[in-house]
Design a binder for this molecule. Structure first.
Ligand code: SF4
Length: 143
């Protein structure tokens, strides 16, 4: 299956996401989290829950906090590679869409912490500590 719903990530076939990972953001200290090299491989993405469900990729890139976005966030909450997914978004600076069950607004706060020297592992631990982890609900109009 191929989707060109987004330039950010493209499912080229079930279980395989192609992600045009760029350069890791210079302020991200990967200590305690996956390294950029680990994140750039497709291995973790092959275990992504969103790949194995019949959910439209657009659900992860909502225009507003629609039912679809909430459904996507609920799916992320039970994804086995949620940590890697969120780490990838933070490391490579994906500004749009739902990643690891977080919205762009959630990740903007996390990016601030990274910019101020908090290691990636600590940011991930805090973000994923609440297993129910629905998004914080912060919403700035962009997913
Ligand atoms: S956390 Fe969500 S968006 Fe990320 S791989 Fe898992 S299901 Fe997909």
């Amino acid at each position: 299956m191929t989707s060109n719903a987004t330039k950010v990530r493209v499912m080229v076939e079930p279980g395989v996401w192609q992600h045009p990972f760029g350069t890791p953001l210079p302020y991200v200290d990967s200590t305690g989290g996956p390294s950029p090299r680990e994140l750039a491989t497709p291995r973790w993405a092959a275990r992504a829950r969103c790949v194995h469900l019949e959910t439209e990729p657009e659900a992860w890139f909502p225009r507003d906090m629609s039912t679809g976005a909430r459904d996507a966030i609920a799916i992320c909450a039970r994804c086995p590679v949620r940590r890697e997914c969120l780490a990838a978004a933070l490391t490579f600076g994906d500004e749009y869409g739902i990643w690891g069950g977080t919205t762009a607004a959630d990740r903007a706060l996390m990016a601030d912490r990274l910019r101020h020297g908090t290691p990636l592992g600590a940011v991930l631990d805090d973000a994923l500590a609440d297993d129910s982890n629905e998004s914080s609900g912060q919403w700035d109009g962009a997913a």
